[in-house]
Design a protein around this ligand. Sequence first.
Ligand SMILES: *Cc1c(COP(=O)(O)O)cnc(C)c1O
Length: 448
Amino acid sequence: MSKKYDGIIAQSQRYLDMISKEELTHEEKEWVVKETVDGFRENVNPGFLDYRKSVSTDYTSVEWRDSGSSFTDIWGKEFIDCLGGYGIYNVGHRHPKVMKAVLDQLKRQSLHSQELLDPLRALLAKLVGAITPGDLQYAFFVNSGTEAVEASLKFAKMSTGRRSFIAATRAFHGKSLGSLTATAKGVFRKPFLPLVPGFHHVPYGSAEAVEMMLESCAFIGEDVAAVIVEPIQGEGGVIIPPDDYLPRLRELCDRYGALLILDEVQTGMGRTGKMFACEHSNVVPDIICLAKAFGGGVMPIGATVARKPIWEKLVDNPFLHTTTFGGNPVCCAAAIASINVLLEEKLPERSAESGAYMLGKLYQLAETYPAVVDEVRGRGLMIGIEFLTNELGYEVAKGLFARGVLVAGTLINAKSIRIEPPLIISKEQQDQVIERLSDTLKEVNAGL
Ligand SMILES: *Cc1c(COP(=O)(O)O)cnc(C)c1O
């Protein structure tokens, strides 16, 4: 037994030495790639290797460093990050101010005692109360988007005493059992049925459909606790609803005594050109869910923020819903810095400007290549390109990858590709992306 552990101590020490090194030799890099591929094959999931093989010419590309709007693989090949971790990197990769806050806090205390009052939780909650619209006031901090949604569903049941929910088709709210119930994609849900009872999905973008469902539920005595939607659907392919959608949902929820939960995990923190997407239509939800970019692209943290009446039962018993790591000091420090940077650098405004610029260029490309591109849509730097077929989208994603631009687009799901770069992306980098996309489209079009 001790022999076995001796080996593991030596192995982990080798990994630690590698982590602490500024520069690796060629041999060390080869060793990292080999260990990584081996680890994925034997101990993570070989499915990822097959997936990488299908989307990349160099499937052993191991990511290594990041800063600003790009990252490099272990061999130094640079990629402009237009995937943005699906909306994590709003302030960019490893923003110095976020890094400093995290490192400063790490030097003092990383996790909280779980018993005394932890100051950073309170300070972050004050800032969150101040930046969120209307009378959203109390914040519960979590570690991920799915947990933020999970908490919102529990809070809705808790505060209304009702049990039904209305969600939308093509919605994505996460993959833990509760939020997966609100998610709408069959492939993700089917193996886990039955999920949480009481959920109804209606077509996204249709306030009439929500109204009919609210009415039906009330009629059969299963009143709706909450309507949950994304202000713009992200995972669904950047689907922008009609302008009056959210205002009408707000009014319907008020009429039927249901809560309005807005999942701004992806649209929040400046992504769409306002701090929160609901601000485009001046709608204040009862609960807003945040995560992804909330931790400044450095730490994982999310939040479920609600109006005061919703907290009543939690005030009676604050232990009704808890989390060990949620809202820990290091993550709160990152989120505080993230809010500071977003406002100080006017990143929501920059997102609006850069988004308008890129969208303009993308509309032109769509016109030039009508046999490839079906539609371009977006708000701020939340942009979707819809291709005529899945195969075409996949070829474009692959061509961009080869040209050093990372976008989301997989073999089985590339009909619409999302462009969600850091909001700090420079004009030069935007032009580079457009130029490389133009080259890729030309190539794909020529192959038709
Ligand atoms: C990504 C996402 C989630 C889930 O967040 P995780 O941190 O992956 O659990 C939930 N809702 C929306 C709108 C998202 O985009």
